[in-house]
Design a protein around this ligand. Sequence first.
Ligand code: NAD
Length: 309
Amino acid sequence: MAASIKKAAVIGSGVMGASIAAHLANVGIPSLLLDIVPQALTAEEEAKGLTLAHPAVRNRLATAALAKLPAIKPSPLYDDALASRIMPGNIEDDLHKIAGVDWVIEVVVENLDVKQSLLEKIERHWKPGVIVSSNTSGISINEMAKERGAEFKRHFLGTHFFNPPRYMKLMEIIPGESTDPAIVHKMAAFSERALGKGVVIAKDTPNFIANRIGTYGLLVTLQVMADKGFTVDEVDAVTGPALGRPKSATFRTLDLVGLDTFVHVANNVFEKVDNAEERAVFEPSQLLRDMVARGWIGEKAGAGFYKKI
Ligand code: NAD
């Protein structure tokens, strides 16, 4: 097993992946930041005469995420020198580089098939000793890795950061049934000492602990709001600053998380539990589905319950 974690690879450069890479940069850990290869040119790329084979196009998603980081101020200390600790790339051309890191963290869309297929690709380039984890909000760690080899599974676990990773102290660590206890211990100690987190070890049950409770609370709030005719402003006024939680009001939180991701996270429980009362709460409402269908998925799209103007 690697003696300590000095270099990482973050796979997925969306809301969480980019911020996790920034948090690692802030504590002095360089990382690769990889995302998928775009399938179409933007108007700007076309005007520049670029082709889909050009590295600037192939690395576009991770590079764009990196460019946005100073604007979201992952740290008061954030500067270009820290940004230089993050190396953008793409999964097709650069995944082989994970053989040279100590920790790979998977941070792609909350979808079992996508995560399973990414783990299969990761295993092809993986070297024993490299820890691999998932930032899933609640998909089963065992199911995700079920087709992988025994040695890989021994090194695989869940490391669930909360949004925004720089400010949220909680980290859930979720061992799979084959995870080496020494690796669980190592990640917990590293997360607390190097990343400044407060670790809770959770069982591999749908949505683990925090999202089993937290998602329930948010979904019930949405139901009561609809039944009683409360407004978004009213609900946020009483669930945010007035409770001493300036950034945690119900709808502000949903916009920050991303409504598409939130629907996937609610579905994690809805699809797995038999209990009728839980299923009735976790079934994503028509309102949420309609908003996702319209692309009103929150801050990352510029519009959700609130609109960026
Ligand atoms: P996001 O939608 O912002 O980003 C997902 C990234 O995955 C995108 O950059 C996308 O290009 C990439 N991707 C899409 N399809 C892919 C594929 N087939 N292969 C590889 N990459 C692909 O999502 P996010 O909010 O950053 O969430 C990422 C993970 O973190 C999810 O598992 C989510 O449940 C978890 N998470 C999210 C939050 C949150 O508040 N948003 C909090 C904790 C955990």
